[in-house]
Ligand binder design. Structure first.
Ligand SMILES: Cc1cc2nc3c(=O)[nH]c(=O)nc-3n(C[C@H](O)[C@H](O)[C@H](O)COP(=O)(O)OP(=O)(O)OC[C@H]3O[C@@H](n4cnc5c(N)ncnc54)[C@H](O)[C@@H]3O)c2cc1C
Length: 414
């Protein structure tokens, strides 16, 4: 007996943050959308510093206010050269106020963001159906694609969106190739409370083994992403919480006073990946299915949300067939440059930290010194970091509204 094939316009495969955001955006554009979102075993302990256009997109899908309530504003980013090397950069401080904004963005726990996205998706039931069996096969033809789920259910769609992470089955079946690489680094991730207020400042200590980054959460709480050698990361994970807290306080030169660990300690081996294209016949990739970064400069999910925004925009120009060649070419063109420049930039910065080679150390230190000492360059870098192309063009006028200037964004009394 052949399985019944149900019809949808679009299937989004993957219920991570990129998948939910993309599916909601497409459903709000009126597309009859299926989201394939199997439950995951582990709660994601990471947080995301949402910046620039990601916030604009989350605002369009109706989530700016709840995100502002759950997250903490990032008003200043500080980079401290803690490499102890011969060529060291002066501490660089980037303030959102330098480019006329109240904040660069908002830091929110991934688990909270996922919960907000799930609630929003559930409220769109008439256009967005959600299933929890994983996809086991994808067949692509010129006029559409068929996905098969583990329970045998089949769906015929105009477009399949691969939001299924680094091992993406959608990418593999589409024939899009991927280049992957590993770093000899792992990231330890945890949240902590601290005695002194963070004043909405995020501090990134550049060490010989990678960045050690504190990012504000609401109240006297922060998240930490500590990149180190895999051995050091394992040792840190095995330490008693009070010993780990002491070590972290020391590493942060006590800038936030005594600290207490308030979450599970998780670790992530670091690697990078870049798909050769972001779209192929009847297929588009978003998020880590298309690009993976080490956690430096808050790029990963922000890029995934820019993918989502771009795909929704491209699909909206072709309502009768969201997977048309024209739509997908438009999407691929829109995303390739952004993904390529961020991949190279993050990789270079990471490698320059690890390099024992003096000219590399000098180059990084001189670059940071120039950024910190030359206001026009600093403002350019800040704008470019928030929104690709905005360095020269300037930021969209309403970005601060989307960031929610004033009390709406700042329920945090610290
Ligand atoms: C330590 C660390 C800190 C980070 N900090 C930041 C930050 O501050 N800012 C930032 O922008 N980014 C950050 N990132 C990156 C960010 O976390 C990732 O880019 C983001 O979580 C990826 O989301 P995704 O939805 O693309 O992929 P995933 O979260 O991997 O989701 C993929 C989903 O697809 C599902 N799936 C897989 N296979 C199938 C299948 N066959 N069928 C159906 N579903 C399937 C999985 O179950 C999963 O739910 C960080 C990353 C790390 C490692």
């Amino acid at each position: 007996m052949t399985a019944r094939v149900s019809r949808r316009e679009i299937a989004v495969v993957g219920g991570g943050l990129s998948g939910y955001a993309t599916a909601i955006g497409l459903a709000l554009e009126g597309f009859d959308t299926l989201l394939v979102a199997p439950a995951t075993e582990r709660t994601d302990g990471r947080s995301t510093a949402l910046i620039g256009e990601s916030i604009a997109f989350l605002d369009r899908i109706g989530l700016a206010d709840p995100i502002a309530e759950k997250g903490a504003r990032l008003a200043t980013m500080r980079i401290v050269d803690d490499t102890g090397r011969l060529f060291r950069a002066p501490t660089a401080e980037f303030k959102a106020s330098e480019i006329g904004l109240s904040a660069f963005g908002i830091n929110i726990l991934n688990a909270d963001l996922l919960e907000l996205l799930q609630a929003r998706a559930t409220a769109l039931q008439d256009r967005l159906s959600i299933v929890s069996e994983p996809v086991v096969d994808v067949t692509v033809e010129a006029d559409g694609a068929t996905i098969e789920l583990a329970d045998g259910a089949m769906f015929r769609v105009d477009l399949v969106v691969g939001a299924d992470g680094r091992q993406s089955i959608v990418r593999r079946r589409s024939g899009i190739t991927v280049r992957e690489w590993r770093y000899e680094q792992s990231a330890v991730v945890l949240n902590f409370s601290h005695r002194l207020p963070h004043d909405h400042v995020s501090t990134e200590f550049h060490t010989r083994n990678g960045p050690f980054t504190q990012v504000p959460l609401p109240g006297r709480h922060s998240s930490l992403v500590w990149v180190d050698t895999p051995d050091a990361a394992e040792t840190a994970r095995d330490l008693r919480p009070d010993r780990l807290a002491e070590r972290i306080e020391r590493r942060m030169h006590s800038i936030l006073g005594a600290i207490e660990i308030t979450s599970e300690v998780q670790s992530f081996p670091l690697g990078g990946a870049r798909a050769s294209r972001m779209a192929a016949s009847r297929v588009a990739l978003v998020g880590e299915a298309g690009h993976v970064f080490p956690p430096i400069g808050a790029q990963g999910l922000n890029l995934g949300l820019r993918d989502a925004a771009s795909l929704v925009e491209a699909a909206a120009t072709s309502r009768d067939d969201a997977g048309s060649k024209r739509t997908l070419e438009r999407y691929d063109r829109a995303r390739r440059g952004d993904v390529a420049t961020r991949t190279v930039g993050v990789d270079l910065l990471n490698r320059s930290l690890l390099a024992g080679f003096l000219p590399s150390q000098f180059g990084r230190a001189a670059g940071l010194a120039a950024l910190s000492g030359i206001p026009v360059l600093r403002r350019f870098a800040i704008r470019e970091g928030l929104s690709p192309g905005a360095g020269l063009r300037g930021l969209p006028r309403d970005l601060d509204d989307r960031l929610g200037v004033g009390p709406r964004l700042d329920p945090d009394p610290s």
